[in-house]
Design a protein around this ligand. Structure first.
Ligand SMILES: Nc1ncnc2c1ncn2[C@@H]1O[C@H](COP(=O)(O)OP(=O)(O)O)[C@@H](O)[C@H]1O
Ligand SMILES: [Mg+2]
Length: 165
């Protein structure tokens, strides 16, 4: 565990446009090997945020990022590969993940965006950007970003207190 665990960015309230802006910025700033974990309840916006990250990575819009019904790992090609892991339907735990070759995604040259990262158990990478999404008010959200190692704090410095589009 990295000791860099202080939230470095809290966005609140985040309306849909704010969440999309943040996602797009993350996609634009992403570097090979980045892992972004998205925690939060059903319907809070994890897949929506993933779509915005995909847009920031210049994934063509016809390659829609949806909640996969079949399979839990979906790959999209933008300026870097985007591996979208939705572990909600994972049945077989860490063993199933290892059989799927999870480590090639987590430690590859693309960007991993992971919904339900708790299902990774002990396979969760030490270096990651953790995002917590919470419902806030009627249709708002609160987004809390915590860097575990890596260079996200300096990359996101420009986003603090005002944001970048
Ligand atoms: N402020 C907001 N941030 C994110 N999503 C929002 C917001 N307001 C409304 N929504 C809607 O909530 C839904 C979130 O669904 P989804 O992204 O699939 O959630 P999850 O993947 O977390 O289950 C979408 O239909 C989205 O348009
Ligand atoms: Mg989802």
């Amino acid at each position: 565990m990295s000791n860099n665990r202080t939230p470095m960015l809290v966005l609140e309230p985040a309306d849909l446009a704010g969440l999309n802006d943040l996602g797009r910025s993350l996609g634009e700033l992403a570097l090979p090997g980045d892992v972004i974990t998205l925690e939060g309840p059903l319907g809070v916006g994890k897949t929506t945020l993933t779509q915005a990250i995909a847009a920031g990575l210049a994934v063509p819009s016809d390659q829609f990022v949806t909640s996969p019904t079949f399979g839990i790992i979906h790959e999209h090609q933008g300026r870097l590969p985007l591996y979208h892991l939705d572990l909600y339907r994972l049945g077989g735990g860490e063993e199933e993940l290892l059989e799927l070759g999870i480590e090639e995604y987590l430690y590859g040259e693309g960007i991993c965006v992971i919904e339900w990262p708790g299902r990774l158990g002990g396979l969760i990478p030490k270096r990651r950007l953790e995002m917590e999404l919470e419902f806030h008010g009627e249709s708002g959200r609160r987004l809390t970003l915590t860097a575990h190692g890596g260079s996200w704090p300096s990359r996101l410095a420009g986003l603090r207190g005002g944001g970048k589009r």
